[in-house]
Write a protein that binds this ligand. Structure first.
Ligand SMILES: O=C(O)/C=C/C(=O)CC(=O)C(=O)O
Ligand SMILES: [Mg+2]
Length: 214
């Protein structure tokens, strides 16, 4: 039986959705996706409690992306949209840290985003949020504040693909396991972070978390 409160220690995979908020797709000059865009972060991306984000060697444009995370409760393959709630153990708020300069270089070359998205410490996450604490994950507000200045704030109801659609789509191709984390994409307001920055990220009225950039 999985202890979901310690889901980070279980060390399961992190499946991420990109370009799932129209305003963020537009701010980076991307087209609005017609189907979910999926990538993976390695289990080594998690930031241990109280530890900093470490800027990867050579990165000169590290961005924060606040995202709602869904923690998977049980093995999920070929799930139907109307069953999605059965596969949710709970939620987190997370940062999909992105080495934007590495990503832009990879995009130019048609190369994978792995180092841009999956370097060590690229995934700070909050404590586990019990499923019962969020009645509707499509009706919460994400926010991110850096050194006291607000950078991101958005309701999740503007996601292009909602959680049932994402889970149905992803599990057609790959099996999700208990403790896996689904990151559902970021709204507009991503920006460069620098050593010494303190990033506060949260879900209004539900949870907040802090991490420092080293
Ligand atoms: O397409 C790009 O240039 C960048 C996309 C992302 O980094 C996608 C995300 O991770 C996101 O939208 O949350
Ligand atoms: Mg992201």
């Amino acid at each position: 039986m999985v202890n979901f409160a310690n889901f980070r220690e279980i060390g399961r995979k992190i499946v991420c959705v990109g370009r799932n908020y129209k305003d963020h797709a537009i701010e980076l000059g991307n087209a609005i996706p017609k189907k979910p865009m999926i990538f993976l972060k390695a289990t080594s991306s998690y930031v241990a409690d109280g530890k900093p984000i470490v800027i990867p060697p050579g990165c000169e444009n590290l961005h924060q992306e606040v995202e709602l995370g869904v923690v998977i409760s049980k093995e999920a393959k070929n799930i139907q949209k109307d069953q999605w709630q059965d596969y949710v153990a709970g939620y987190v708020v997370a940062l999909d840290m992105t080495a934007r300069d590495f990503q832009n270089e990879a995009k130019k070359e048609g190369a994978p985003w792995f180092l841009a998205k999956s370097f060590d410490t690229s995934c700070p996450v909050s404590n586990f949020i019990e499923k019962s604490a969020i009645a509707d994950p499509h009706n919460v507000e994400l926010y991110c504040v850096i050194n006291g200045a607000e950078k991101q704030r958005s309701k999740t109801d503007v996601m292009i693909f909602d959680i049932p659609t994402l889970l149905e789509y992803i599990t057609k191709y790959t099996t999700l396991a208990p403790g896996d984390l689904l990151l559902t994409g970021t709204p507009a307001g991503v920006c460069r972070v620098l050593p010494g920055d303190v990033i506060e990220f949260g879900i209004t009225g539900i949870i907040k978390s802090n991490v420092t950039v080293q």
